[in-house]
Design a binder for this molecule. Structure first.
Ligand code: NAD
Length: 428
């Protein structure tokens, strides 16, 4: 059960404070890094298809750009809040740092529900968002990307608006573009595959053969689907996945003891990652309450939906067989649940390491845009695997050496790099 009472930004700050204390970070740097450098609150007027004007609220938060231009997705979500965006921007700073790419951390959002908006209305939101921010976006300032309920089409509208305003061609101003229009091969798979590269390394360290493992996944969107694809290619079995049902306004889990069939489920899933329940039942899936994904007797849990999904309210439901939690989503675990996971000595791969494949591939997309030369998919995925594996090994080695929880080890590496960059620039 999601703990919606939990404030994601407070959680991000609590995590930061704890590590700042551990590494003895000086007071000035602490104060600087625990809040964003800049944030924008936007009102975006849109002429709706029925002729009325509706004003949408949007945000962009630039947490820190000491290591390079800001980088981070833009989400369209009816429940978006500035504090969620602040938290996500901060996590982007740590994410880019932990995988050692030369980018800072930003995030954006618009309070809206694309389920109830025509494409024309969505296009106006995209263009309006860029119009208000154009002065502080761009390949050397701040580079958006797709996130929840935004996609390559939204990115192209945003790029087109930016290029119309600035009068040049700047494909590197945004990533997650369609292939053939500045996008990188492999970007669609990158986050989910990156999750599994880190999981593969964790299993290797634990001497466990992936083909002897079973996983349960929350979500069935972009990240979940590609994570399931690569994990099953490695021999693993996914017995449960879940999704949000727009009509019922609640989530459901889909269970099959012998393992879900990814291709089959994809065919009955809408573009928002919602699985058709009736068709799933016809295909032999048991439809369970949304929270049941966490209770499954499995070796691995992969939360790949939303923040605050593993909380004090449901952490005790995690089956005693679970050995690894890979946080594919951003901020899926609240601090109380984190403590319990540590107590149970479950190996956790923290969000900003596990799901860094997306931003790493976005960085590759920018590199290709700058060169105006595009790599084959295999080259992109090999480079991604190398980056994710090196980052995982760096964190796992520190955790092992100093007997640290993986989240703390990842934070220590990420925060230290950003703090050093700020100090070297003379900011703090
Ligand atoms: P998506 O919109 O493609 O899919 C989200 C999925 O989660 C859908 O299947 C939806 O039905 C499901 N869902 C939503 N609320 C749920 C709930 N309460 N219970 C169960 N299922 C629920 O989004 P995505 O791109 O796959 O992103 C998933 C997570 O990964 C988010 O936290 C996102 O911030 C994070 N992330 C995404 C990327 C990326 O490249 N897409 C990169 C890094 C992190």
């Amino acid at each position: 059960m999601a703990d919606s009472s939990y404030n994601a930004f407070k959680m991000a700050q609590d995590q930061f404070d704890r590590v700042a204390e551990q590494i003895n970070l000086d007071a000035g740097t602490r104060e600087f890094l625990r809040v964003p450098m800049r944030e924008y609150h936007l009102s975006i007027p849109v002429r709706m298809d029925d002729g009325t004007i509706k004003v949408f609220r949007g945000f962009r938060v630039q947490h820190n750009d000491a290591r390079g231009p800001g980088k981070g997705g833009i989400r369209f979500h009816p429940m978006e809040t500035i504090d969620t965006v602040r938290a996500l921007a901060m996590w982007m700073t740590w994410k880019c740092s932990v995988v050692d790419i030369p980018l800072g951390g930003s995030k954006g959002g618009v309070i809206c529900d694309p389920h109830h908006l025509s494409l024309k209305e969505q296009e106006q939101i995209c263009r309006g968002w860029v119009r208000q921010l154009a002065r502080d976006l761009g390949p050397v300032r701040d580079v958006p990307a797709p996130d929840i309920m935004t996609n390559g089409q939204h990115m192209l509208w945003m790029m087109d608006e930016y290029e119309t305003i600035t009068g040049g061609k700047y494909p590197g101003m945004i990533t997650g573009k369609p292939v053939g229009n500045g996008g990188s091969l492999g970007r669609t798979e990158a986050t989910g595959f990156g999750v599994v590269y880190t999981l593969r390394e964790a299993l290797k360290n634990m001497n466990i053969d992936p083909s002897n493992t079973v996983a349960s996944v929350q979500g069935f969107g972009n990240v979940a689907q590609y994570a399931i694809q690569l994990y099953t290619q490695l021999g693993g079995t996914v017995i449960c996945c879940s999704c949000w049902d727009q009509g019922e306004n609640k989530s459901f889990s889909f269970f099959k003891a012998e393992g879900i069939d990814l291709d089959q489920l994809r065919k009955i899933t809408d573009r928002f990652g919602g699985i058709d329940r009736a068709k799933a039942v016809d295909l032999g899936y048991r439809v369970l309450p949304g929270d049941d994904w966490i209770k499954q007797e499995a070796d691995i849990l992969i939360p790949a939906a939303m923040e605050n999904q593993i909380s004090a309210k449901n952490v005790e439901n995690i089956h005693k067989r679970i050995k690894i939690i890979v946080e594919a989503a951003n901020g899926p675990t609240t601090p109380e649940a984190d403590q319990e996971i540590q107590n149970r000595r479950i190996f956790l791969i923290p969000d900003f390491l596990a799901n860094a494949g997306g931003v790493t591939c976005s960085y590759f997309e920018q590199v290709q845009n700058n060169m105006n030369y595009y790599w084959e998919k295999e080259e992109v995925l090999n480079k991604l695997d190398y980056k994710m594996t090196s980052a995982f090994n760096g964190v796992a080695e520190l955790a092992k050496k100093n007997n640290l929880f993986m989240r703390d080890a990842a934070y220590i590496i990420a925060i230290s790099r950003v703090a050093d960059a700020c100090k070297q620039r003379g900011w703090v």
